[in-house]
Design a protein around this ligand. Structure first.
Ligand SMILES: *Cc1c(COP(=O)(O)O)cnc(C)c1O
Length: 465
């Protein structure tokens, strides 16, 4: 299996090179040359198989023989043993034909663990084979950094620097990054905001001699392996509820569009998904794009669901590419114009192809809080603010003949956001053991100015140590 860039100007790569590359050199995102098809018989059989086996099966179709299948099976078993539920991503019923798909049973209580746990093991395996050591620098607004530190801590051949904005993340989020004492991890508090952290990361990659000297790599959601790891739970949830005999609808709380695109990928692989509703908070670029065809950057607003406070949904480029009939020239033109002008007006054929699968809704802060309270009083389930955006969005799902199950993706444990949940339901969710265990551990934090040269010196010294 080869991977091509959405902009068509980079040479195709195999799976391992795609895993380690992140962004393509032409600025595009990697996609498979052709999507493998999962047969109805295989989908039906997923209902009886452990999550880790389904993950190894789906990933195996993309690895194309570059990693032996028995190794993949072992890495997946190991990755998903770190979850605290035997189903890994369990379904919880909210009402007639309406379910939550809980993705927060991993070590850092957010859905980023599902992909990061296997991604780290894939890195460790392929780097051990080549003898190379890489340096991952991760800019985080909260959840990705913790999930990455937890997954990569203690692994050979890879070191990780998690860079977060000073004072702008919650204590629970920070402690997942700062209380490990693994020698291959550093956490850095930058005297600036998340945009400064991202800009620094970008300039690290643009300095080719620096990037080459430390073997720089990135694990944000443009990494194609993350998308595939996330498509697995669309299969397991749908199979548990009767796919391929019944089709499903999903509602996905959306920021960078990684999770929603993973659902679209599952559909391209043959999973019978009738529709995907994209639910955003006030940062509604995806909701506006999918309803009006105008993909236009707006001002970023701070909300109760900070992991979705994003104005540029990186993975949207993958959807555009697929919905433009895989026209790489058109995709390159559209996204270069977006970088320059901050807007793409979607051609009507592209918008129509998107609307065959997606609808979208933006949910206000008030409605998010009400939804946390209503869900608790009706079902006894405490949901976090990101999940609440999707549960609220589920009210807007367009009417459809038939009675397909509606599966709402639940992306974080409510204890990660005790302030918002406590304000809505009147009691604070009890802290799970992963949070309690870190409450009294010493933190190691290195503080740096919001300055790319300072970060480069720091990463360079760490890589040489
Ligand atoms: C990252 C994240 C999201 C958004 O997912 P995307 O793939 O970026 O759309 C939603 N909820 C939580 C809790 C997250 O951490």
């Amino acid at each position: 299996m080869k991977y091509i860039s959405t902009r068509g100007e980079s040479p195709p790569l195999g799976f391992v090179d795609t895993l380690l590359a992140g962004l393509a050199p032409d600025g595009g995102l990697y996609c498979p040359e052709a999507w493998p098809i999962v047969s109805p018989e295989d989908i039906e059989a997923f209902a009886d198989r452990p999550y880790a086996e389904v993950a190894a099966d789906i990933l195996g179709r993309f690895v194309g023989g570059e990693i032996p299948s028995e190794v993949l099976v072992r890495l997946c078993a190991d990755a998903y043993a770190s979850f605290d539920h035997p189903a890994v991503t369990p379904l919880v019923q909210l009402g007639p034909n309406r379910f939550l798909l809980e993705l927060f049973h991993g070590p850092t209580l957010a859905f980023k663990d599902v992909a990061m746990q296997i991604l780290a093991r894939l890195y460790a395996h392929v780097l051990a084979r080549s003898g190379r050591t890489m340096t991952i620098v991760c800019a985080t607004s909260g959840d990705t950094g913790g999930a990455a530190v937890e997954a990569f801590a203690g692994l050979d051949h890879v070191r990780i620097v998690a860079m977060f904005p000073e004072g702008r993340i919650s204590e629970v989020q920070r402690r997942f990054m700062t209380t490990t004492n693994a020698a291959n991890v550093r956490s850095v508090s930058v005297d600036g905001d998340f945009d400064d952290c991202q800009a620094i990361l970008k300039s690290l990659f643009q300095d080719e001699s620096f990037a080459g000297a430390v073997n720089l790599s990135a694990v944000n959601s443009i990494n194609f392996a993350r998308i595939i790891a996330q498509s697995v739970y669309f299969f397991t949830a749908a199979a548990a509820l009767g796919a391929p005999g019944r089709s499903m609808r999903f509602v996905v709380p959306t920021g960078n569009f990684g999770d929603a695109f993973a659902g679209y990928a599952a559909r391209l692989m043959g999973l019978p998904i009738d529709g995907i509703t994209v639910a955003t908070n006030a940062n509604d670029i995806m909701a506006r794009a999918l309803t009006s065809g105008d993909y236009r950057r707006g001002p970023a607003t701070a909300t109760q669901s900070p992991a979705m406070d994003i104005q540029v949904a990186s993975n949207f480029e993958r959807l555009y590419f697929e919905c433009a009939g895989r026209d790489a020239g058109a995709t390159a033109g559209a996204f270069r114009a977006f970088a320059a002008e901050g807007a793409i007006v979607l051609p009507s054929a592209v918008l129509a192809a998107m609307a065959e699968v997606f609808d979208a809704v933006a949910v206000s802060e008030t409605r998010t809080a009400q939804t946390i309270a209503d869900t608790f009083s009706r079902t006894g389930e405490m949901i976090d603010p990101h999940t609440a955006v999707a549960v609220a969005g589920a009210q807007n799902v367009r009417p459809h003949p038939g009675n397909q199950p509606l599966i709402v993706i639940s992306t974080a444990h409510p204890a990660k956001f005790p302030d918002a949940v406590g304000a809505a339901v009147g009691t604070v969710p009890p802290p799970p053991s992963a949070v309690r265990a870190r409450a009294n551990l010493a933190e190691r934090i290195d503080r740096l100015p919001a300055n790319a040269e300072a970060v480069k010196r720091y990463v360079h010294d760490f890589a040489a140590s």
